[in-house]
Design a binder for this molecule. Structure first.
Ligand SMILES: Cc1ncc(COP(=O)(O)O)c(C=O)c1O
Length: 434
């Protein structure tokens, strides 16, 4: 048995001064306590008890190049003596904005922010200002940050969520004003009829439709063929903006995100996480006429840390790696992730554990179910979560770190040898829970 004695001791101490012992509620979910790490390098994390973990959490997505990637760290280090925040412009912002506009589908103009949560709020404000409407339509099981306006029906208990064909918005936290629910329409994802019906029920009211183009937070699930195109067309027909939240899928579903992968372009897109390989950077970008409401209509967007020197440097250095040879690293990522998914699938079958390994090669989950492949949030939550937790715990004992839903993020640092090591460990972990 691995020992976590030092983590447990530090957690008890930390709880006395840091609320709940963590800086984000998501981090409560760890076994036996939120673990304390000393350092990360490549695909591995090293905890305070001396345990080594092959990390498939990767900061919940950002560390696309693994931990402490040298080109990024060197580029950031080279800026440390130049200052951090100027409350003014600097040339790295120009260069990064130009590169992103050149690279990403549908991005004519960008604005930088520091977290996905705030970038989502900006997209909502732009959509409302541009259309003159108030309501935002979002999908059950899709997470767009923890703000009052967005943390609605992200993981709703089904006994509160209403019927599948017309879900009711469910506030995700105490302390959220009930009025935010009036401005939010919730629909089931991956079903164009449900979206069309929601538009019908709220004719002329919906400013924007936001979605994770691949549902990741509710359980990694690809859009059905034609779904993204259909959703975009329904938005157009109803005068609403189509907003893609690529905070996770950006620079992970491929060099050009999910929109590049599936060939569908949104009116507005939010990127964060992998865009700066782990440094705090988010952005909203999209159609020039929509982004221009910042100037034309005086839409307010601020943020002290926006465009800070180190995040710009990190993103530029990350892009150098990610863009090289038109995204060659993604071809490797795709191949290794596919091998990992297929290997895990074979392990489940070998141990006669009914499961489906689903998602994209760089972000997937082992769903424990003997039913059909999940296609939306309600399917995903019907899978056996106790078994997923048991698998997560057994993996941790074998030195493999996933999140508690047994969700896996992959980085370019997970090479073939690490994939082999992981599959051998996963085989033992599955035997332990079978
Ligand atoms: C799809 C999606 N959107 C928005 C966010 C919020 O981003 P942040 O945690 O940077 O505020 C997240 C965070 O996990 C996310 O997964």
């Amino acid at each position: 048995m691995r020992s976590y004695a030092k983590s447990i001791e530090l957690y008890e101490r930390t709880r006395k001064s840091l609320a709940g012992g963590v800086s984000s509620n998501v981090r409560y979910a760890a076994t036996p306590v939120p673990l304390f790490f000393e350092r990360g390098e490549g695909a591995r994390l090293y905890d305070v008890d001396g345990n080594v973990h092959i990390d498939y959490v990767l900061g919940n997505g950002p560390a696309i190049l693994g931990h402490a990637p040298k080109p990024v760290i060197d580029a950031v280090a080279a800026t440390l003596s130049l200052g951090q925040v100027y409350a003014a412009q600097h040339p790295r912002e120009t260069v990064l904005a130009e590169r992103l506009c050149r690279l990403l589908p549908g991005i004519e103009v960008v604005r930088f922010a520091s977290s996905g949560t705030e970038a989502v709020l900006m997209a909502f404000r732009l959509a409302r200002a541009f259309t003159g409407r108030t309501k935002i339509l979002k999908f059950e099981g899709h997470y767009h940050g923890w703000s009052d306006q967005a943390y609605i029906s992200a993981r709703p208990p089904l006994n509160e969520a209403g019927p599948a064909n017309a879900p009711v918005p469910v506030a995700g936290s105490p302390g959220m004003p009930p009025s935010v629910l009036d401005d939010t329409v919730v629909a089931g994802w991956n079903d164009l009829d449900l979206l069309a019906q929601a538009f019908e029920r709220h004719k002329g009211e919906i400013a924007g439709v936001i979605m994770e183009p691949v549902m990741v937070n509710g359980g990694p699930t690809e859009p059905r063929p034609g779904y993204l195109e259909g959703a975009r067309d329904l938005c157009r027909a109803n005068g609403a903006l189509f907003i893609c939240d690529e905070v996770i899928t950006g620079f992970r579903a491929g060099l050009r995100g999910a929109q590049g992968r599936y060939g569908v372009t949104a009116d507005l897109t939010i990127y964060a996480k992998a865009v700066a390989a782990g440094f705090p950077l988010a952005m909203v970008g999209g159609r020039r006429d929509v982004m221009d409401t910042l100037l034309d209509k005086g839409v307010m967007h601020g943020g002290t840390y926006n465009g800070n020197v180190q995040s710009m440097a990190a993103a530029l250095a990350a892009l150098d790696v990610l863009e090289a040879d038109d995204g060659a690293v993604y071809r490797d990522l795709e191949a290794r992730g596919t091998r990992l998914m297929q290997g895990l699938d074979a392990i489940c079958r070998k141990h006669k554990v009914p499961a489906r390994v689903q998602g994209l090669p760089a972000i997937f989950q082992v769903f424990f179910t003997d039913g059909p492949a999940p296609s939306n949030y309600r399917d995903a939550v019907a899978c056996d979560r106790d078994r997923a937790l048991a698998f997560h715990c057994a993996l941790q004992e074998e030195g493999i770190r996933t999140n508690q839903q047994a969700k896996w993020f992959l980085s370019t640092a997970h090479d073939d040898a690490i994939v082999d090591e992981t599959l051998a460990a996963a085989d033992r972990a599955m035997a332990a829970i079978a």
